[in-house]
Design a protein around this ligand. Structure first.
Ligand SMILES: CC(=O)N[C@H]1[C@@H](OP(=O)(O)OP(=O)(O)OC[C@H]2O[C@@H](n3ccc(=O)[nH]c3=O)[C@H](O)[C@@H]2O)O[C@H](CO)[C@@H](O)[C@@H]1O
Ligand SMILES: C=C(OP(=O)(O)O)C(=O)O
Length: 434
């Protein structure tokens, strides 16, 4: 397991470019299975989760060509269906959360799929009911093979229907949409998730010949078609990385320009940082964060203590709460961070408390942060990254801390942040991978 050694206290300056969005590209790559024709995808980030999925596609028999540094084409003309039943395939799926989204396209085009319990971060229970019930509603059968700890899914023909999802699951909605585009008749999905990841997926599917209406809303209507065609697609900048860089600039009192952020697709993210008192400006499609000696957390209009909570899009993504929490430790004022969706994502705060942060963990979902107003610097520490976003939050804490820190298990960070130490060192950080 690799580690980062971070020498804290260095200001950053200059420009940084966000990578392509991890959570979008996982959906897009799975969707390339829906056609026998070539799909070319630009702005693919070079990160562990994505590289593992690309390798899985190759193993399945998809012709994958690397056309440029961040451009790949996928041609799923024929698949090795026997590989999908192999122990190796099941093992690979179990270490990759995004692999669950193979079910929708596989059942739609090849009438069968097999999947082990998918991996991803250990951030609490992560149920798959929305995926399974949605695809069952379209006519697929699911059976659990206890010996192999895998689900076998089959369907002669999928038929469109109306469904009201029990929760607006991001990957669940993507899976159902990918199944429904080739189903007979019309599918209506209410309480659909509508993150930019999904908007991008639906737009790409429409370019491939699908008929999806209601994009960007929680009511999608999908008229099934017989087949889909090849297309080209460009992944949006990763909004979670953009937010992580805003937090990093504020914590290290740095002046930073985050380039080409696709501002219109950031939703409530910039405003959430502003509520912590962080100044940021939209300059064309860049975000400029000025160097700030201090930032003051706002109160609600009635004077009550600020709460920052996650919610399904267009609410605040849960993937940025760990970053917002760490940034609050150096703000002036107090804030309640309420992680409603996941139940084990806040436990990393004990590491911040060890570094000197003032945080009360009220329960697994809520933490009160009492900001130091930079009067007391965090101390460097020795810690392990429990999940991808806690990992980047700890990295931000270490970059702002006094002295040197060590973060273990940085594979968690590599899962979602491309070449992060090189990019941060280029703007003034001191991070060494060992
Ligand atoms: C590969 C990928 O794209 N991963 C993202 C995706 O995971 P993923 O699609 O797995 O997450 P889901 O949207 O299914 O659900 C996330 C968690 O939130 C809960 N939940 C969800 C919706 C809702 O309305 N109410 C509710 O409580 C679920 O029970 C679950 O515990 O979406 C999550 C939620 O934005 C993000 O953290 C993950 O980074
Ligand atoms: C939780 C995340 O990823 P995954 O769903 O892949 O575990 C994330 O990106 O913050």
């Amino acid at each position: 397991m690799a580690s980062f050694v971070i020498e804290g206290g260095h200001r950053l300056s200059g420009e940084i470019h966000p990578q392509g969005a991890k959570n979008e590209v996982l959906q897009i790559i799975c969707a390339t299975l829906l056609t026998a024709e070539e799909v070319t995808v630009h702005n693919i980030p070079d990160i562990l989760d994505v590289n593992n999925l690309i390798q899985l596609m190759r193993d399945m028999g998809v012709t994958v060509s690397k056309k440029d540094i961040d451009t790949y084409s996928f041609k799923a003309e024929k698949l090795d269906l026997s590989y999908l039943e192999s122990d190796e395939f099941l093992k690979k799926c179990s270490s990759l959360r995004g692999s669950v989204m193979l079910i929708g396209p596989m059942v739609a085009r090849f009438h069968k799929a097999m999947i082990s319990k998918p991996g991803g971060d250990k951030i609490g229970r992560r149920r798959l009911d929305t995926h399974f019930i949605g695809i069952q509603n379209l006519g697929a059968n699911f059976s659990y093979n206890a010996e192999r700890e895998a689900y076998e899914i089959s369907a002669c023909e999928l038929k469109g229907t109306y469904m009201l999802l029990d929760e607006a699951s991001v990957t669940g909605t993507a899976n159902i949409v990918m199944a429904a585009v080739l189903a007979k008749g019309t599918t209506t999905i209410y309480n659909a998730a509508c993150e930019p990841y999904l908007q991008q997926l639906c737009k790409m599917l429409n370019r491939m010949g699908a008929r999806i209406q209601g994009i960007a809303s929680n009511l999608l209507t999908i008229e099934g078609v017989d087949e889909l065609h090849g297309t080209e697609h460009t992944i949006l900048p990763d909004m979670i990385e953009v937010g992580s860089f805003i937090g990093m600039a504020a914590m290290t009192k740095s002046e930073l320009t985050i380039k080409n952020v696709s501002y219109e697709n950031l939703g409530i993210i910039p405003e959430s940082f502003r509520r912590l008192g962080i100044k940021l400006e939209q300059r064309e499609d860049d975000i400029y964060v000025p160097a700030q000696e201090t930032y003051q957390i706002e109160s609600f209009i009635d004077g009550s203590i600020m709460t920052i909570a996650d919610a399904p899009w267009p609410g605040l993504t849960p993937d940025l709460l760990s970053v917002l929490l760490v940034v609050a430790t150096q703000a002036k004022g107090s804030v309640l961070i309420h992680q409603k969706m996941f139940e084990s994502r806040l436990f990393f705060v004990d590491k911040l408390i060890d570094m000197g942060a003032q945080i009360i963990l009220c329960d697994p979902h809520r933490a009160v942060v009492i900001g130091h107003n930079h009067a007391m610097r965090l101390r460097g520490g020795n810690m392990t990254s429990p999940d991808i976003r806690a990992g980047i939050a700890l990295l931000i804490a270490a970059m702002s801390a006094e002295g040197s820190s060590r973060i273990h298990n940085i594979e968690q960070i590599d899962r979602g942040y491309q070449d992060i130490e090189r990019r941060l060192n280029a703007i003034g950080a001191r991070i060494t991978r060992i």
